[in-house]
Design a protein around this ligand. Structure first.
Ligand SMILES: [Zn+2]
Ligand SMILES: [Zn+2]
Length: 134
């Protein structure tokens, strides 16, 4: 199951024994997953604007295999990765600025619907009219 909301993400994390996403990000597991991702991803730059500093990992969606860093799944991800948005890639490189831009709407409100965040990532409509399409 792929989780496209933060509520579903948190439910997956609770299944894994993490009380919060923050606890997950501070865990040895995430450190390990992150180091795996760093080894597999060759393009050390923001996939949206191309800068090479201040990079973070953005989860486009969550699943148990993504969260535990399933190596097979992660290798599939690496194969699918390019400078462009790849549909099969759940975790991508972004700079902090682009990350903020896709996660916060024009009113400065944090967007919890990851499908909407994803549309912003792929450069689709960033205007207020956007929601009407869904
Ligand atoms: Zn960027
Ligand atoms: Zn993100």
């Amino acid at each position: 199951m792929n989780a496209f909301s933060l509520q579903d993400r948190d439910a997956l994390l609770r299944q894994m024994g993490f009380a919060t996403y923050d606890a997950y990000l501070k865990s040895d597991l995430w450190n390990w997953v992150r180091s795996n991702l760093s080894q597999l991803h060759m393009a050390e730059k923001c996939m949206k604007c191309g800068v090479r500093i201040g990079l973070i990992w953005h989860h486009r969606w969550y699943s148990l295999s993504v969260l535990v860093g399933n190596v097979t799944a992660t290798q599939d991800v690496a194969c699918a990765y390019s400078d462009k948005l790849a549909d099969t890639n759940p975790v991508v490189r972004l700079c902090c600025k682009c990350h903020e831009e896709i996660h916060f709407d024009a009113d400065g409100k944090f967007i919890t619907d990851l499908k909407r965040v994803d549309a912003r990532l792929s450069g689709q409509d960033l205007t207020a009219d956007w929601q009407k399409e869904f």
